[in-house]
Design a protein around this ligand. Structure first.
Ligand SMILES: Cc1cc2nc3c(=O)[nH]c(=O)nc-3n(C[C@H](O)[C@H](O)[C@H](O)COP(=O)(O)OP(=O)(O)OC[C@H]3O[C@@H](n4cnc5c(N)ncnc54)[C@H](O)[C@@H]3O)c2cc1C
Length: 391
């Protein structure tokens, strides 16, 4: 992507965010799904940022896409999570492991917003360890029949297609499939409404019962599902890290604005040194998170340029995990500090820091929990496979 194309894309993202802003605020306060997000994203042509132009996308490199997600993250983790589900873990595996026919079938319509994507790995009995999945598939002629439940899935209730992972019935290795979700007796969906934050975004589950799909919807090679899942999580983790950077930026802006305006004890609260300590800490978190996100994004670009280079791939995987681990904790802390600076108003979700605090908590859970990512970082510094805490 040329610098001019990158600047154009970021300008479109800015215009999208500005047009979305008031609608998102209203939906948040009214606790309802933001049904204007997709039409506006389509209008500003941001539904396929890293998708190559040949499939209708913008052809963004990972660094540009990370900057775009950071800007989107300022509007809220719910807004950014939609993009993670649709693009970072939806379009990405199709782009990386799909055959040409699958790319033609799914990428252009998803860039136009005619198809919405989701990524179905997690199940009620399998979260941190995807090897414990219970969803099965069985070949019947030119069909594949799926049975099982996917749970806590971003965009589940609005997706037209999900990347779904299942084991062969009777045993074998994990495979990935492109599953068109058509509601009926074989495909039942339910939204999760009792959640901590992100009321404007869709999170849900779907249950597939003897659900038949064409055998041609196998994604990548049969038995390669674990590699596809783990490879996709690199893209997903980066998207979470970038979104968290945006959360920190917004918390800093809100806290600084309020610290200048609010007077107590005869002066702006920004002149009280303990309030300044909060601002300084948020700013240091912002700076460090930005550096890590950009480094991880550059590493992913370097790895993508040399697909066969295993050390580059390992470096990109590790940095994505590190960026996500650091930025999600930094964003949680920044939101907490911004709430504190705003005092009682901060506690209200009428103000942005309180909303960020609720929304951003999930970033320490999805796409790899804090604990799982720490194990990955520790194994890397200890020297690799021999020190992996679990197999
Ligand atoms: C809002 C939201 C959106 C999501 N979107 C998606 C999505 O789009 N697609 C998708 O597939 N999934 C999605 N998820 C699921 C998410 O990825 C999982 O919740 C996450 O991976 C953790 O799995 P779990 O909830 O089953 O927790 P568990 O794996 O049961 O973990 C529970 C606790 O045990 C700890 N733990 C587990 N194993 C170990 C270990 N070996 N060592 C140390 N500690 C350990 C965990 O860190 C955690 O603290 C979403 C979740 C949420 C909340």
């Amino acid at each position: 992507m040329t610098p001019a194309d990158s600047a154009r894309l970021l300008a479109d993202v800015e215009a999208f965010c500005q047009e979305l802003h008031d609608i998102e605020e209203l939906c948040y306060v009214e606790h309802r799904f933001n049904d204007q997000l997709i039409p506006l994203a389509r209008k500003h042509n941001v539904l396929g940022m890293p998708v190559p132009e040949v499939y209708g996308g913008r052809g963004a490199d990972t660094v540009t896409y990370a900057r775009a997600l950071a800007r989107i993250g300022r509007e809220g983790t719910g807004v950014r999570t939609f993009f993670s589900g649709h693009t970072s873990i939806g379009q990405y595996p199709i782009l990386t492991w799909g055959n040409e026919e699958q790319k033609q079938r799914y990428l252009p319509p998803s860039v136009r917003g005619e198809q919405i994507l989701a990524f179905g790995l997690t199940e009620p009995e399998a979260g941190s360890n995807p090897l414990e999945l219970q969803m099965t598939y069985e070949r019947r002629g030119d069909r594949i029949v799926l049975n099982g439940v996917k749970y806590l899935i971003s965009n589940a209730g609005i997706a037209t297609t999900a990347v779904v992972f299942a084991y062969p019935k009777g045993g074998g290795r994990l495979s990935a499939f492109l599953v068109d979700l058509v509601d009926g007796p074989g495909c039942v969906r339910e939204d999760l409404t009792a959640k901590m934050g992100m009321p404007t975004a869709n999170t849900g589950m779907f249950e597939l019962t003897d659900y038949a799909i064409p055998a041609a919807n196998l994604l990548g090679e049969e038995g390669n599902g674990f590699r596809i899942a783990m490879g996709t999580l690199v893209s997903g983790r980066l998207s979470v890290a970038a979104g968290c950077l945006g959360v920190i930026e917004d918390c800093l802006a809100e806290a600084v604005r309020y610290a200048r305006e609010r007077h107590q004890h005869g002066k702006p609260i920004g002149k009280h040194q303990l309030v300044q300590e909060h601002l300084a800490t948020i700013e240091m978190h912002r700076l460090a998170s930005e550096a890590l996100v950009l480094k991880a994004a550059a590493a992913k670009d370097a790895s993508a340029a040399e697909p066969g280079n295993a050390p580059l791939r390992a470096q990109a995987e590790l940095l994505a995990a590190q960026a996500k681990l650091f930025a999600s904790n930094a964003a949680w802390d920044a939101a907490d500090r911004a709430v504190q600076v705003l005092g009682g108003r901060g506690w209200s979700t009428l103000y942005r820091p309180g909303r960020h605090l609720q929304d951003v908590r999930v970033c320490r859970i999805y796409e790899g929990t804090d604990e799982i990512l720490k194990l990955k970082v520790a194994a890397a510094v200890l020297g690799g496979k021999e020190f992996e805490a679990y197999k």
